[in-house]
Design a binder for this molecule. Structure first.
Ligand SMILES: Cc1cc2nc3c(=O)[nH]c(=O)nc-3n(C[C@H](O)[C@H](O)[C@H](O)COP(=O)(O)O)c2cc1C
Length: 185
């Protein structure tokens, strides 16, 4: 058993792909969020959690919230996986706002957060997600062209098509930090 765990929640495999790559690089145990038992968390010194972004929230993040005390003192890392461009500061600010609302302040002080890019898999989407995407499209179509962000335009242009921005090289900074044991000051 490793001292590190990579735990993930993934609907369409994007977060899972990053989690697998990370676990491989770090020789960490790979665990699916639904299969994690509370006692399991106690065994690890380093816990990396990854979840896809859904309407601004991180899939499965309640695992961290519910186990905040149990995770205290461990090296904690969180990565989000979304369709939006994680190099865009506005996107990062929005994701951070969502995370700040749910994680307890003590955890926010110690967890290191990263943002990776996944994709959209319309061909496999469950009905509720399909409906949410259709609603988003409707909202965007009603907006004046000048108010659309480049991502909004891209979403409209590629609506209905499967797209992937998966990039193994994007995990390099996480791997480096985790190997060095870098945590928030
Ligand atoms: C209904 C729905 C809502 C989404 N909301 C967001 C969002 O708020 N921000 C974002 O960047 N991506 C959003 N996405 C895109 C997902 O985060 C993206 O597909 C991600 O790669 C999913 O990872 P997973 O397959 O591991 O669950 C959304 C996708 C769906 C279907």
């Amino acid at each position: 058993m490793s001292d590190s765990a990579v735990i993930y929640a993934s609907h369409y495999g994007f977060t899972e792909a990053y989690a697998r790559w990370l676990a491989e690089e770090l020789a960490a145990d790979l665990l699916q969020v639904g299969k994690v038992r509370r006692e399991d968390l106690e065994k690890y010194g380093t816990v990396v959690y990854g979840g896809g972004l859904y309407a601004g929230g991180v899939n499965g993040i309640s695992l961290l919230v519910k186990n905040a005390e149990r995770l205290q003192g461990k090296k904690l890392y969180l990565f989000t996986v979304g369709a939006s461009d994680p190099m865009d500061p506005e996107n990062i600010a929005n994701i951070r706002k969502g995370i700040d609302k749910v994680l307890p302040p003590t955890m926010l002080e110690s967890i290191k957060i990263y943002h990776l890019r996944g994709g959209l898999r319309y061909s496999q989407m469950i009905m509720v997600h399909r409906t949410m995407m259709a609603m988003l499209r409707k909202v965007l179509l009603k907006k004046p062209e000048a108010e659309l962000r480049s991502e909004d335009r891209a979403l409209l242009e590629t609506y209905g098509q499967d797209i992937s921005f998966l990039d193994r090289a994007a995990i390099v900074p996480l791997v480096k930090d985790i190997r060095q044991g870098t945590v928030c000051a």
